[in-house]
Design a protein around this ligand. Structure first.
Ligand SMILES: [Zn+2]
Length: 161
């Protein structure tokens, strides 16, 4: 029985998986997500991920991992709204069924709470989104050298006759 390893170079020395750099450990997803949710660098877990509220630092001050590659875009607000909606709507329905608050009093309590919850979750969710992209080597977080060689090769030129 032959055991075939799916990691690293094959027996003839060629790398079967060029997207994996030799000597680079795989990036574990769960610890990366936890570090990102805590607004820490997904690589080392010590450096800060954000310089301002939603602005990531260019690179980690502790380990030097470059953070500019992320393309979180609209995903963090979407995930935040999804989560806040799933937390607040059952609470709002349960409270409304058990109390006799007026609609205006109810709105005066629920709207600020929903807004505060959304603001509180937005940065951790963006951190987890960046960490997810880092762990999956998405965008520029992957192997820069192979991505650069794809673009570095000049297009074939047609010789004029
Ligand atoms: Zn770091």
């Amino acid at each position: 029985m032959t055991i075939v390893s799916h990691h690293g170079p094959s027996q003839d020395g060629t790398n079967q998986f060029p997207d994996r750099l030799p000597g680079k450990a795989d990036r574990a997803l769960a610890p990366s997500l936890r570090r990102g949710f805590l607004c820490r660098c997904p690589n080392c877990g010590r450096g800060r991920l954000f310089g301002r509220f939603l602005k990531t630092v260019p690179s980690c001050a502790t380990c030097g991992e470059i953070m500019d590659h992320h393309r979180a875009d609209d995903a963090p607000p979407y995930f935040t709204m999804l989560l806040v909606g799933h937390i607040t709507i059952p609470v709002i329905l349960a409270v409304q069924m058990r109390t006799t608050l007026s609609d205006m009093a109810f709105l005066a309590i629920c709207l600020p709470l929903s807004g505060f919850l959304a603001l509180a979750l937005l940065q951790p969710i963006k951190g987890a989104t960046v960490a997810l992209q880092w762990a999956l080597r998405m965008h520029g977080f992957g192997d820069n050298s192979t991505e650069m060689t794809e673009f570095a090769e000049p297009p074939e030129t047609i010789e004029p006759h």
